[in-house]
Design a protein around this ligand. Structure first.
Ligand SMILES: Nc1ncnc2c1ncn2[C@@H]1O[C@H](COP(=O)(O)OP(=O)(O)OP(=O)(O)O)[C@@H](O)[C@H]1O
Ligand SMILES: [Mg+2]
Length: 353
């Protein structure tokens, strides 16, 4: 899948901008504040309906305007599609081939994309929910049933927690469905984890020469008991705590080298390469299993990577062949890596250069 044309209106400093990216590597370069990240944000919005930047609310729409709009023409194999998205205060409306999209996950299925930013390495040290979200992105793109099962599980968990919160109202009738859906969610994740951990380890040794990496899976409750037993054993404690303390909603991944957590062991640059490897591993698995060609967005590539690592990463991306958008302050195209698409951004305007 690749974006052939994109038009952006009233997003941050961009009033109107239109360009036709190349199918492989695209470089978007320009001075600080010229609008590079905003262009990646536009692409991300088309696939996710929201931004990857924090505190996006109200700031995405260009000051003085009521709404922003995006349009893209995409190609997937031999078919072309159109995508449109309008965002006004608190309301997002998207259309795929002229038809209204009611669920953002349908958009995510139509435009699979992943983003790597200068802050992405924080996934290693932040709370488990960030790593679960990362894992679930991958599962979502290879297991068509996952979304529905996960939504059912989340609903049951919410109900169970609500009944645990109010003293004396615990209702065990939710446990049956929670166990059934929780076991499915876990089975989907474990199947995916097997592939993912293998792929990340392989990429880490190729891209970083980082050997002995071990990705440790924690399903969210003891390996010694099944989910039903666990919920039953933990029930009294859950009633006291007022929520469900164990289950797939507590799953986590931990990346370790020589039994030490990677975030404590590896350098900042190595962590960044590793996190890039994690994302690329997911993209490759999505391609292998579901035939989905995800778009890769990399904001501010050089940040803390030396020339050797940058070239390794670019070389790898080039071989992968996925449509990729990379931003940076310098025009790094030429020499070792020629970008098929090079765009210069200046005060919210774009030109081919
Ligand atoms: N709602 C808005 N309306 C108008 N301008 C905005 C709005 N939100 C942000 N901006 C401006 O848009 C620019 C943001 O551009 P962006 O973050 O895309 O730049 P960049 O090229 O990625 O810069 P850097 O190299 O520093 O990362 C900033 O100059 C900012 O002040
Ligand atoms: Mg930026």
């Amino acid at each position: 899948m690749a974006i052939q044309q994109i038009r952006i209106n009233n997003l941050r400093l961009i009033e109107e901008l239109e360009f036709e990216p190349a199918a492989g590597l695209n470089l978007i370069w320009g001075a600080n504040g010229s609008g590079k990240t905003s262009i990646l944000e536009a692409l991300y919005l088309l696939g996710r309906g929201r931004s990857f930047r924090k505190a996006e609310r109200d700031q995405l729409v260009r000051t003085g305007e009521q709404s922003l709009s995006l349009f893209a023409r995409t190609r997937n194999g031999s078919s072309t599609h159109t995508l449109g998205l309008i965002k006004a205060k608190g309301v997002t409306q998207a259309k795929l081939d002229g038809r209204k999209v009611t669920r953002m996950s349908d958009l995510a299925r139509a435009v699979p994309l992943t983003v790597i930013t200068p802050n992405s390495h924080e996934i290693l040290e932040r709370g488990p929910q960030y790593r679960r979200r990362f894992l679930d992105w991958g599962v979502f793109h290879v297991e068509p049933e996952f979304r529905y099962t996960f939504e059912r599980f989340a609903r049951c968990l919410k109900q169970r927690n609500a009944s645990l919160r109010v003293k004396g109202t615990f209702d065990a009738s939710w446990d049956h469905e929670l166990i059934e859906t929780g076991n499915s969610v876990n089975a989907f994740r474990e199947r995916y984890y097997e592939r993912l951990s293998h792929k990340i380890e392989q990429l880490a040794s190729e891209l970083l020469d980082l050997r002995g990496l071990n990705i440790v899976w924690n399903r969210g409750w003891s390996e010694k008991s099944d989910l039903g037993q666990c919920l039953e054993e933990m029930r009294q404690g859950d009633i006291i705590a007022g929520y469900t303390r164990y289950g797939p909603h507590r799953a986590d991944l931990s990346l370790q080298i020589k039994k030490q957590k990677v975030e404590k062991y590896a350098s900042r640059g190595q962590q960044k390469m590793l996190v890039a490897a994690m994302h690329l591993a997911q993209v490759e698995i999505a391609k292998e299993i579901a035939g989905a060609d995800a778009i890769i967005l990399i904001d501010d590539l050089p940040s803390e990577l030396d020339t050797k690592n940058r070239h390794k990463l670019l070389d790898y991306l080039k071989t992968m062949g996925n449509q990729t958008f990379i931003t940076g302050v310098d025009n790094i195209s030429g020499g070792q890596i020629e970008f098929p698409g090079v765009f210069h951004v200046e005060q919210g305007s774009i030109s081919t250069r």
